[in-house]
Design a protein around this ligand. Sequence first.
Ligand code: GLA
Ligand code: ZN
Length: 688
Amino acid sequence: MKNREKRQVTRAHTLLHGGDYNPDQWLNRPDVLADDLKLMKLAHTNTYSVGIFAWSALEPEEGVYTFEWLDDIFETIYENGGNIILATPSGARPAWLSQTYPEVLRTNEMRLKQLQGARHNHCFSSPVYREKTQHINKLLADRYGNHPALVMWHVSNEYSGECHCELCQEAFKEWIKDTYHNDLTALNDAWWGPFWSHTFNDWSQIQSPSPIGEEAVHGLNLDWLRFVTDQTIDFYKNEIVPLRELTPSIPITTNFMADTDDLIPYQGLDYGKFAEHIDVITWDGYPAWHNDRESTADLAMKVGFIDDLYRSLKQQPFLLLESTPSAVNWHTVNKAKRPHMHLLSSMQMIAHGSDSIMYFQWRKSRGSSEKFHGAVVDHDNSSENRVFKDVAEVGQTLEKLSDVAGTTRPADVGILYDWENNWALKDAQGYGLETKRYTQTVQEHYRTFWEKDIPVDVIMKEQDFSSYKLLVVPMLYLLSLDTISRLKEFVANGGTLVSTYITGIVTEHDLTYLGGWPQDLQDIFGMNPLETDTLYPSDRNKVRYSGKEYELKEYASILEVNQAKIEGEYLEDFYANTPAITSHSFEKGKTYYIGGRLEQAFHEEFYGDIIKELGLSPIFPVKHEKGVSVQARQSETEDIIFVMNFTEEEQVVIFDKPVWDKLNDEELVGEVTVEKYGIKVVAVPLTN
Ligand code: GLA
Ligand code: ZN
């Protein structure tokens, strides 16, 4: 066959549009598969994730392979001009596999062996499962590795969960031995062994945390979560051996998630660590648009936060690998996206750095638990319904924006987010058990920059801080001496650092610092937090800052100020008139400490002052009301500005300088109307 050149889509000039394609659910319906090809053209889609749960269709009996249907899919998709993201099938196993090798089944934290069924539930230590997955992955790589339609590997699906079986207990013990260099005393020290007589005198006594066993040793809980991350990564690394070997130029991803109640990053794995092992960050985003708990703009801010975090994990564009064009089936209430919301929510992803809009799934299933989950093609098989037309509109829009692919944007502000910190702080038996809300607190700090259109990277503690002018580090309870010294270096070299109450309390082993706040922190902040007062949810205090009063709730730190400048004071309670906000110049840089949990109006004022002081600005200023978000990506020649109306009213925005409307091919300047849930994507040439 001629011209079967391999397509390179990542970091190239295409935005991907498509989704999970599960033809294995329709193999007895060739008419349906033929319709798919026609509908793909009409939907303006170009990329399909195939084979995610196809193991039983690929190997119906042990050692009996039926790749022919997948061969056909590769050919027809390719002939149709499409790209394939090929999945490895480990996310769900065939029944024969668990029946023959029960060790692949998970054991839960109650030490109960699970039955075959559902998915995402294999033991991540099982040698048999590792061997079986690697084997089928090798067959897939052998067979399709050189196929010109293959553009990426989708390894497994949404790795998650824990296994507490004997194999995992053994692996955990080995991990512990390794981490503590075979030194049981070091382990007992780190886990504060003598407390409740929990000192070990033999490695064999170590067990994973369990509600029917140990849950009170915080060092153990934290190490277990670290182990789960490492063991999952280790399983993934085993999966990709043949892929790296046989297809070294095909990028590898595995899809990340968000925890959905509050739309925060998934908490079961440390994605910061995982990111080091994958080539392209991808995630599955299912925000509950139009819910009754929060405004559309509030939810949009949370989506922006996750996007900025996942983009910053590798400082490169990410892919939205799954989303729904309408509703999902697993929110408590599954509300359809209102007119324009699908385009708006999709453009928000692109604006924050996604190079794709992909869906779960292409065609709605006929049976089982996802038969009512939104899909591109509904049970009516029609290209005329509202959802299909919304998808086609996104496809056409992405085609017009193809030069956005591969671009990112510079950010002067870094906001630090840390999974380990969340694990430890949540576990901490203290403060308010319900009110710590670490991730939500970081989001509230992020909100100010989001509302002011200032680009932000949400970064890990391991990342390099030196490129940022401002680093915001809220509630970093778990803070190692190593990170402290890196923060100190950042400030010494001229950076501005903002931190808050409940920062720098425990080491990486979740052991408290003794003898007061670590000296380096006292040096850079010029003060010492002596005590943290936790308030009842209905309690309030006030802080005066810059001549105005702001409401405080839940947390207030009582500060002993040495050299720092007092920027704000508490107004009530037994610490009335004592310092609440401080600043301190340290070597070439400056620090700020926010002693209590303050209302958003304070953040606006406070960060507004810092933004002015540091000369931070949006990539391209657009005047607008609250609820409109302006985000930018930057190519070598132009800034691409996304103006997105997350309010329920029409909005007027103002472009002070002429800009080029990339979707309507016209110049815009001055007042421009953006309809409810509307968008504008405009280009501004780079001047130098
Ligand atoms: C996840 C899974 C998909 C599908 C969707 C439904 O993201 O990866 O297989 O179940 O949820 O929203
Ligand atoms: Zn196990």
